[in-house]
Structures are given as C-alpha cells and as structure tokens.
Design a binder for this molecule. Sequence first.
Ligand SMILES: NC(=O)c1ccc[n+]([C@@H]2O[C@H](COP(=O)([O-])OP(=O)(O)OC[C@H]3O[C@@H](n4cnc5c(N)ncnc54)[C@H](OP(=O)(O)O)[C@@H]3O)[C@@H](O)[C@H]2O)c1
Length: 298
Amino acid sequence: MTPDSRAPVRGTARAYLTLGTLLRHWTLTGSPGYFGVVDLRLTGRRALVTGASRGIGLAIARGLAREGAVVSIAARNADGLAEAVDLLARDGLEVHPYVVDVSDPAALEETVTRSATEREGLDLLVANAGSSRGGGLQASTADDWMFTLGVNVVHAATAIRAAVPWLSASGNGAALVIGSISGWKPRASSSYAVSKAAAIHLAPALAVELARERIRVNTLSPGSVQFEGGRWARTQAADPEAHARFVAENLPGGRFVTLEEVADAACFLLSPRAGGINGAHVAVDGAQDRPTDRPVYP
Ligand SMILES: NC(=O)c1ccc[n+]([C@@H]2O[C@H](COP(=O)([O-])OP(=O)(O)OC[C@H]3O[C@@H](n4cnc5c(N)ncnc54)[C@H](OP(=O)(O)O)[C@@H]3O)[C@@H](O)[C@H]2O)c1
C-alpha cells in the first residue's frame, strides 16, 4: 500500500477514535462536551441580568449568552441597552433588553415577570445593578443612605422575591447577588460599604430560606475591575500617578481583575456545575482583600 492510498483509512480510523472518545465522555459524565471541556450546562437556561448595559453586568450577560443561555438584560437607559444589544450581536449573541430603574420595586417586579413570561421561564437571576450616593458619613444625607441601600440591597431582594415562582419551577434555579470587597472589609465610603455588606449577608440568609424551593443564592464580590469607560479607567486618565500608586499598594498581582474573570466565575456559580455551592460569598479580587496587616485604601 502506498502512503497515499492509506491516508483515507487513517482518516476514518481517527474519526472513529474521536467519536469513541466523545461517546465514552458522554457515557461517563452525561454531558456531550468533549473530553477536557467543562460543559456548564447553561444551554437554553433563561437568565435576567440587571445593570447589564455595560461593565460587569454586560460581561456576565455576554458570558452566559456564550454558554448558550437565553439572556435578558436590564438597565435604565434605553440607548445604553440598544448599544449593548448591538455590541453582542456583532459576536453573534442575541440578548433581550428591558428598560427599568431597579430602585422602583414595582417596576422591577414587573420587569422580572415580563422577562420570565416572554422567555417562558426564568432559571437564573443576577442582581448586578449597583451604585451609591453621598460618600462618607458627614458628606451624606439620610436620603443618600436610603438610595444606596435601595439600589444595592432592596433591589436584589425584590428581584429575587419576584423571581421565586419561576426559579423554583426551573428545578435548577440560581440567583447571584453582585457584592463588593468594599462590603467585606470596612471602607471609608460608608453607605456603599454597609450596603454591600448587607448584599453579602443576603445570599446565605436567602439560601437557607429558599433551599426547599430548589433555588441557590450566592454572592460574588469583585475586587477593583478596570474597563473602558469605568471608574478606574477614568482615574488612570485623570491622575496616572495616583492610579499607579493604588495598583502598587493594593493589587498583589500588580493588575486589576478583568471583566472576563468576574464573568467566568459568575457563569460557573450560576451553572448546575456549582449545584453544591449555596449561600457562599466568593471574592474575585486577585487577593486584593487578602488577610493583611496593611491599611486598606479609603
Ligand atoms: N467596577 C468595579 O471595580 C466594581 C468592584 C466591586 C463591585 N462592583 C459592583 O459590580 C456591579 C457593577 O459594577 P460596574 O462597575 O460594572 O457598574 P457600572 O459600570 O456603573 O454599570 C452599572 C450598570 O447598572 C445600570 N444601573 C445603574 N443604576 C441602575 C438602576 N437604578 N436601575 C437599573 N440599572 C441601573 C447601568 O445602566 P444605566 O445607567 O443605564 O441604568 C449599567 O448598566 C455593581 O453592583 C458594583 O457595585 C464593581
């Protein structure tokens, strides 16, 4: 047999080997993913991500959509949402936009219900929208505190409450609250820090309450994340020296956590692969808030 005439036989053998490996993997794991590839089993799961027209929320929406989930995104500004839809469409990803201010509980409940009804179910909820007003104690008013707690805590509780019937019906329901390492160790921006501490506490409290409904609730706390248009990119442009000092003094790896790193962790926590993780607080911060005797930044 000449080398040329054997080539199709080798090709056929290789095809059988590959098919055999795939079938063996499928038999062993119940998943059609190729050996070595972790299938998060998110295909077809219906997700709603609040605050997802940019930044971390958009990255999580993108990550979920890439994993095959059917994703709804919510934010206040219709133009921002339209830009996000276009951006993801360029990568061949479809998402469904909803205009809502999450600090309006009735509007938020309606959005959760509408997204679940229009997608014929809801399996995953990400309470990501967050902001703050007022800064430190003496610069802030009672209204600032109510606003900050409303967006960072009450919004998460309201969205999860509205989603309970759908998440429970899913059988694999999961909610993820986006906290912050500012809520883990005390920080000077007190209303934000306190609201994020409450968000971190919300997950285990709700996890216990909702376990019988087969709903998992976890919190993911990003460390400082730099991305185009975000706070740290603005700081770098305005004061490069202060920015470099911040990196040197606070980021053990000498770099910010990336949006993709936060999104990857979020996708895993939301997936059935993390079925045993419930009521957890997961920091994605590159050891920024490691136990330390050094002062944390203000
Ligand atoms: N970036 C970081 O370094 C960092 C670190 C730790 C924790 N976090 C937390 O991570 C989450 C996302 O942060 P980010 O930096 O990606 O934020 P961002 O860039 O400011 O984006 C916030 C997103 O939420 C939406 N949003 C804000 N207020 C809203 C409201 N009242 N109702 C509905 N949507 C609202 C915004 O769109 P509209 O303006 O159109 O509403 C936008 O889509 C927040 O909870 C934040 O506290 C961020």
